[in-house]
Design a protein around this ligand. Sequence first.
Ligand code: NAD
Length: 499
Amino acid sequence: MNSSDQTPLTQGVQDRIDALLAATPKGLLIDGVWGESSDGSTFEVENPATQEVIATMSSATEEDARAAMDAAAAAQEPWARTPVRERAEILRRAFDLVQERAEELALLMTLEMGKPLAQSRGEVAYGGEFLRWFSEEAVRDYGRYAQTPEGSLRMLVTRKPVGPCLLITPWNFPLAMATRKVAPAVAAGCTMVLKPAALTPLTAQYFAQIMLDAGLPDGVLNVVSTNNASAISEPIMRDPRLRKVSFTGSTPVGKHLMKLAAENVLRTSMELGGNGPLIVFEDADLDKAVAGAMAAKMRNMGEACTAANRLLVHESVADEFVARLAEKMSVLTLGSGLEDGVDVGPLIDARACESMESLVADAVGGGAQVVTGGRRAEGAGYFFEPTVLRDVASDARVLREEIFGPVAPVITFRDEAEAVALANSTEYGLASYVFTENISRGLRIGDRVEFGLMGLNVGVISNAAAPFGGVKQSGLGREGGAEGIAEYTSTQYIGVENP
Ligand code: NAD
């Protein structure tokens, strides 16, 4: 593909985009008011399909970070006292507004992040569900009332909001990563300072306005976008009024934040990187396995923490699996996510393309064969061809590092024990996938793999009602499900004298 083939937008579409960008807040949200940064500094947001600047955002400074923290701290007590039904209704209204403004959210996401519009719409549906799920879950946050075993006391066990939280989100799912944190924090009665990724702040800021429109009181949600993350995270994390940090992003940044969090013994939720195995057994339904691999590898152009990073295929079905996968990968259409019929959008930036080139070169240098793809597309935008590699050496970087792009390395195994050993041979432990028609085998593998998530005969399993999170260096804590709200509460026990 040559990305200069991109079809020019019609005037009608361009007008819609201009109006949407003009209407999206570009300032900082502090105590219910959108304003400029204290020193007037700004940063630019680019469309990765065209490399054009689409917005100029205010960039929060240390002073703005303190102001956001002041607002969150001041709002905490009244917000915690707000009846949970009221908090739930705000979330429900926000869910309804997300449905009403779904096309605007999807368009913003495609403009700043690149994924095809159909996938952006999918993220709006998925991300919106956290608002509905936690609006329903909020009122079922039960406590416990019981006698101590020997009858000496009555126990009252309740869960209280943990307090002001710093929420830091990545660029790959600009809406869902924000709703997955904001919704349970609202449900639990916590106030927040949200720092969206500098590459994709527009969707998060549009969503923050939705929260205000849904009736969220001033100061409960503050948004400090910036292109200098540590200028805001360090003062906020050192502030003794902060109680929790919830971070989604790379493992190295997560480790840095955990060290900072240790100083004030902050609660942490860490949703970090992944290196997911996708295991295809000899008894798999290959149609399902190929479809699952396509979904697990190519959703979001492979820029997902849950992406299948390593395709482990039983040696007896490897040739057929590779041929079918390569056929499907080679017919995908690359292009601007705004165009109809496009399957694969651009990667997020030039660095991402360089990283794909370097991973492929390293694998090929070690003896791997490029079955399809393998190159960056020419022209504007950060496009990389959907790629299948086979005969990849076990020490190739593409097997050891998080790929975060449309490159699928296939390796083979001989038996179940080898498959499990290969799957677990990574410091990460987020998502894994298993394809077998023998469900007992699938569940047995579930017992043996060291991953927080496993898809059995499916390639996409994220759901607002399910606990999402990793083990090992993929992180701590769970988002979504009943577990998601617990991350924003602390348990209090009151021992009451017996009458
Ligand atoms: P990143 O770690 O570079 O950045 C994530 C966020 O942290 C951004 O908002 C960034 O500005 C901010 N940040 C960077 N340095 C910081 C610092 N010193 N202090 C405070 N904040 C800082 O990650 P990314 O490139 O935006 O996202 C991709 C990574 O996110 C991948 O590793 C992916 O696996 C991971 N991810 C994990 C999940 C999950 O749920 N486990 C979900 C999506 C993405």
